[in-house]
Design a protein around this ligand. Structure first.
Ligand code: COS
Length: 377
């Protein structure tokens, strides 16, 4: 039986209040204007940015359940903002789990203070086939590296202070020839492209990056040389749980708006909520949200027990992202013509939801991971 601890319940109430006061009122603004800088110091002040990082590095010392509570509650006000935090953690978890003590001491306190991190794996010709990346970090005689190539669709790019870049250190070794490097934003040779114009999740920044002979000192490599693919995949397992948490929060956000509307809007002399055609939609939404939540907390517990969660995280993300799309679709239907208008929020949620089926592992890739566990690869 899963149960939050008293401390987790307190954090949940605190983040819920923070979301209602600070985040939800900004969600539409972010959709129209992009990344919201003023929320970063507020998140830092509330102690949310590094809540699952060890206290000795300036974090909050929380476990995975606690960190997903934060993502889940933020997503009830803004999926974009929750995605911003998810991307920060996707990058920084590689330092947490594979960095040297010096790297943890240098970078994790900066995360807590509001410095922004980005995870740089995808390239314009290598998204799902992550091992096919072409960026190369060539080792020099003094142990440093020279990075060339580029990245695409990098969440938090353009606003990040640090980029965690995956590049080939041995182009002939396939997924055993990739390593991870920390590249600060002002590094000579790093060019950051313009912000992508996206269907949804517009409060989260996304750009292309290009690398022209970037010099990287040896102490900026994270983890062993050649282990970068495994390090990135492990970080993605955790991030896929966060996508589940975002899906759940987004579904709850959409459902609460639609429920309010269904009780207020009358047709043929009674509120539309009284018609089975409408009320049954809410039955399906509530069941999907509960199933998502059970998978989130179960997978978090497994991770906190030190178990590998690749399959469970893939199953959670696969179902939760589809259900988020379906739920937002049904919420628009509840609103009728008004649901199609930007005035009523749910069209924005629908646009936000679609990203969840693509980013951090498409549903097709997740099915490969899951079916491989059933049938063997
Ligand atoms: N945790 C730890 N190790 C992992 C792992 C994980 N989640 N996934 C794979 N590995 C290891 C494997 O154990 C294997 O190690 P060995 O070669 O020593 O046995 C190695 O990594 C290669 O694994 P695999 O053979 O499964 O790799 P593939 O090239 O077949 O690719 C998929 C696997 C397709 C699942 C992977 O490329 C993937 O997830 N792609 C999607 C990437 C993605 O999510 N992109 C989004 C961009 S970030 S927003």
């Amino acid at each position: 039986m899963f149960k939050f601890t008293e401390e987790q319940e307190m954090i949940r109430s605190m983040v819920r209040e923070f979301t209602a006061n600070e985040v939800e009122p900004k969600d539409r603004w972010m959709d129209e204007n992009g990344f919201c800088w003023e929320l970063v110091p507020k998140l830092a002040e509330a102690g949310l940015l590094a809540i699952h990082m060890p206290e000795e590095y300036g974090g909050g010392g929380g476990d995975t359940v606690t960190s997903e509570i934060v993502i889940n509650e933020l997503a009830k006000g803004s999926a974009s903002l929750a995605l911003f935090l998810d991307a920060n953690w996707l990058a920084c978890d590689m330092i947490l789990y594979h960095g040297t003590d010096e790297q943890k001491k240098e970078f994790i306190p900066q995360l807590a203070d509001g410095k922004i991190f980005a995870f740089g794996l995808t390239e314009s010709n290598a998204g799902s086939d992550a091992a096919a990346i072409k960026s190369v970090a060539e080792k020099q005689a003094d142990g440093s590296y020279v990075l060339n190539g580029g990245k695409a669709w990098i969440t938090n790019s353009g606003v990040a202070d640090y980029y965690l870049i995956m590049a080939k250190t041995d182009p002939n070794a396939g997924n055993h020839g990739i390593s991870v490097f920390i590249v600060p934003k002002d590094t000579e040779g790093l060019t950051i492209g313009k912000f992508e114009k996206k269907m949804g999740m517009r409060g989260s920044a996304t750009c292309e990056l290009s690398f022209d002979n970037i010099k990287i000192p040896a102490n900026r490599r994270v983890g062993e040389e050649g282990k970068g693919f495994m390090i990135a995949m492990q970080a993605l397992d955790g991030a896929r749980v966060s996508i589940g948490s975002i899906a759940s929060g987004l579904m709850q956000h959409a459902m609460s708006k639609a429920a309010k509307y269904a009780k207020e809007r009358t047709t043929f002399g009674k509120p539309i909520a009284k018609y089975q055609g409408i009320s049954f939609k809410f039955a399906d939404m509530a069941a999907k949200i509960r199933a998502t939540d059970l998978m989130i907390w179960d997978t978090c517990q497994m991770k906190d027990e030190g178990k590998r969660i690749s399959v469970e995280a893939a199953e959670l993300k696969l179902l939760a992202s589809r259900w988020a799309c379906e739920t937002c679709d049904e919420c628009i239907q509840v609103f009728g013509g008004n649901g199609y208008s930007a005035e009523y929020d749910v069209e924005r949620f629908y646009r936000d939801a679609k990203l969840l089926e693509i980013g951090e592992g498409t549903s097709e890739i997740l099915r490969m991971v899951i079916s491989g566990s059933v049938l063997g690869r």
